[in-house]
Design a protein around this ligand. Structure first.
Ligand code: ARG
Length: 470
């Protein structure tokens, strides 16, 4: 690997092994080769701009572009042999270019440094990654909105403290997920604005004496603008931190959704069936159908949260401008992107395929005295102060617990023991349908509202796609 001369006695050997270790230790080509497409695109734009301002001849520019395109082909066909001695993707490609086209290849790096080059590559990479994630989110959100519209009238228990609280509709619950993920979508769209700024021209840290046309390079690469400060451009990775923070929040949402899918598909809840293709069996217990996919999504949240902490810690205490520390930004970022895209794919396939077990959900709402609040509200309508009504209903619930019955299963005379104001019309109030229909407030669970909310969700999505999202 190293060509260091060997010492007669021990020195050569020592130097050689140290060099080999340091070369391997400091090299990033093992993981940053993934940036080859962005690196080549950035170099082509830089060469075009250099030719336009007269720093590079048209012939050299043409040779560079043809050479880089040929190298892209070599990489894609697996023909390029990456060299650790050449440290990173940038120097590997540049060395190969010079090998192919001679001196013109050596002129490419005029007015540029690996410091602005790597920051540019990373921003181009992340911009594409965000676009892929946004596309995945749109598809998942579409599936969710459709399922929610279909289940707008399906009754299930709503929970607080994981105890049955009040009846809600399944569609309403699904639209809560929609809102969570919609905010994630908007966070990423916003983050993308700060990613889409071009560092090229900052060079090593101070700018460059060549008359670069930075807006032109930015335009060629689809960046919104060149960076405003060269020191900042090569050193900060806040755009990657911000993305990873948005990804960590998204994964936290995914994890909460996953947790509910795991609970709901258990025999104890039995609210849904997950199609077999998203589950696995046990090698010892024949009855098992394990919800592996949601469990893995839940588990993968940990690594993304970890990457966020890694990037924050990587950045803190770095003096301006570029430091080699920043080479450590790539692996956490790549893994964050891969993890989010994998989880998105799993959820986009799985969530529309959820099979609701409507009767089970309904029974669970019944068993948990989900309409106890409705009885209190009924008494309030008859003039009882809410606190007193709460007390009355508490006593009725205690009888229900003791006798294993829901309030709606008691005789009118039994209920009247607790308040003479209770009349025949109480059973309408205690019905699950009546309870959800009564929550007819903007943002509430009434099926009518859920239908409207599902339609609004679909409209929001349609506007995004119409407006060439993001
Ligand atoms: N591989 C390096 C990185 O990922 C490229 C920039 C190296 N710059 C330098 N001055 N050593 O950050």
């Amino acid at each position: 690997m190293s060509d260091a001369p060997t010492n007669q006695s021990w020195g050569g050997r020592f130097t050689e092994s140290t060099d080999a270790f340091v070369a391997a230790f400091t090299a990033s080509v093992g993981f940053d080769q993934r940036l080859y497409r962005q690196d080549i695109a950035g170099s082509i734009a830089h060469a075009r701009m250099l030719a336009r301002v007269g720093v590079l001849s048209e012939d050299d520019c043409a040779a560079i572009i043809a050479g880089l395109e040929a190298i892209r082909g070599e990489i894609e066909r697996g023909e390029l042999v990456w060299s650790v001695a050449l440290e990173d993707v940038h120097m590997n490609i540049e060395a190969r270019l010079t090998e192919r086209i001679g001196d013109a290849g050596k002129r490419l790096h005029t007015g540029r440094s690996r410091n602005d080059q790597v920051a540019t590559d990373l921003r181009l990479y992340l911009r594409d990654a965000i676009d892929a994630i946004l596309a995945g989110l749109r598809s998942l959100l579409g599936g969710l909105a459709e399922l929610a519209a279909r289940e707008a009238g399906t009754i299930m228990p709503g929970f607080t403290h994981l105890q049955v609280a009040q009846p809600v509709t399944f569609g309403h619950h699904l639209l809560a997920w929609f809102e969570m993920l919609k905010r994630d979508y908007e966070r990423l769209v916003d983050c993308r604005k700060r990613v889409n700024i071009m560092p090229l021209g900052a060079a090593a840290l101070a700018g460059t004496p060549y008359p670069l046309d930075r807006p032109y390079t930015a335009q060629l690469l689809g960046f919104a603008a060149p960076s405003a400060n060269s020191l900042d451009a090569v050193s900060d990775r806040d755009f990657a931190i911000e993305f990873t923070a948005a990804a960590a929040i998204l994964m936290t949402h995914f994890s909460r959704i996953a947790e509910e899918l795991v609970l709901w598909s258990s025999a104890q809840f039995a609210f849904i069936d997950l199609p077999d293709r998203f589950c696995t069996g046990s090698s010892i217990m024949p009855q098992k159908k394990n919800p592996d996919v949601p469990e893995l999504v839940r588990g993968k949240t940990g690594r993304v949260n970890g990457h966020l902490v890694a990037l924050l810690t990587l950045m803190k205490s770095q003096p301006l401008a570029y430091n080699k520390d920043n080479q450590e930004d790539k692996e956490p970022l790549f893994d964050t992107v891969d993890t989010v895209i994998g989880c998105l794919r799993a959820f986009s396939d799985m969530i529309p395929a959820i099979q609701p077990r409507r009767e089970q959900m309904r029974q669970a709402a019944r068993r948990g005295f989900a309409t106890a609040t409705d009885l209190a509200d009924y008494l309030v309508r008859k003039g009882v102060p809410f606190r007193d009504a709460h007390e009355v209903v508490g006593k009725a619930v205690r009888l229900g617990v003791e006798t294993g019955r829901d309030l709606a299963e008691m005789a009118l005379s039994e209920l009247q023991q607790f308040s003479p104001l209770i009349q025949d019309d109480v059973f309408a109030a205690l019905a699950l349908e009546g309870s959800v229909a009564a929550r007819d407030v903007l943002g509430g669970t009434a099926p009518r509202r859920v239908q409207d909310a599902a339609a609004a969700a679909q409209g929001w999505l349609a506007d995004l796609t119409g407006a060439a999202a993001p």
